[in-house]
Design a protein around this ligand. Sequence first.
Ligand code: ADP
Ligand code: TRP
Length: 331
Amino acid sequence: MKIVVSGIRPTGNLHLGNYFGAIRNFVKMQEENHCFFFIADYHSLTTHPTPADLHGNVKTVLVEFLACGLDPEKATLYIQSDLPETAELYLLLNMNAYIGELERCTSFKEKIRTQPQNVNAGLLTYPTLMAADIILHKAHQVPVGKDQEQHLEMTRTFANRFNRLYKTDYFPEPVAYNFGEELIKIPGLDGTTKMSKSDNEASAIYLADSPETIRKKIMKAVTDSGPVDPEQPRSQGVINLFSLLSFFSTHETVSHFEDHYRAGTIRYGDLKKQLAEDIIRFTAPFREKMLSLASDQDYLRKTTALGAEKARESARKTIREVREIIGFKPF
Ligand code: ADP
Ligand code: TRP
């Protein structure tokens, strides 16, 4: 049985891209592996959230994880800051992480460029904290997107360096979990090829969006002045709408609009109305589940306590053994 670790930053609501790109795969993985999924709230402190925002965002992600089908009995579902062992391993790894390699990290360089007023040490050492998350459970596999591959490469560097320094093979080399063919890319409503939170609020449809919001966003989705010459290449906005239709609508609906497009009689308004209703049908059960979970404080408390307890069992063992390897020995 493989050990799998992945974290998600508590930065707002999950959108359809996150669901198909990451969460749905987590739900599948929990069946066959020992999965640790956690909410990376230590990491999120680099942006200095208010206490109320921090707690609210953690709750949102937790509720959404559970509504999407992550099962606290099958996987170990926990909040990063419930595991102070993470912070201890982070401290230990920092002793052998070099300023130069941390400064060369692409995500750090990007932060220097985009937020020069807040280049804190937490940003510089983001990769060592992420490495601590991963090797704390001696993970074999880490399901992450392309943007996290460099961090994972650094994790391997830190794990191997530890092994070399202490002449041990204690930490396994974690590799990216590649979903290959299963990876579905959901396009954005703003005419870009990938649905993303980024700075364009209206590009993404969130699982928590109300039917009204979904209708409004889809009616505003980018198209072109169509109907245009059906022989010409389609504009990206229209490609996106057809692609969304193929995910969320029936085969008949797709053929219906394809036929109209080819005949030059398509009305994008009609297509959007149908798409909105089909997406609402898809998100409704998630939204209902989220609303009921969000008001069940008791269940959330029990779930996070169970997750912390299971995660701590694995973390304590690692920390005990690492201390021993390093030479922190009791008299
Ligand atoms: P965003 O792109 O909105 O900033 P995140 O950075 O929170 O999204 O993405 C978290 C994970 O969700 C990514 O690693 C990726 O696996 C998945 N993801 C995000 N957007 C999409 C998308 N449009 N299609 C498929 N997967 C996506
Ligand atoms: N850095 C990841 C992101 O931005 C989140 C994360 C933190 C993570 N620790 C991790 C992912 C450990 C995988 C494993 O998406």
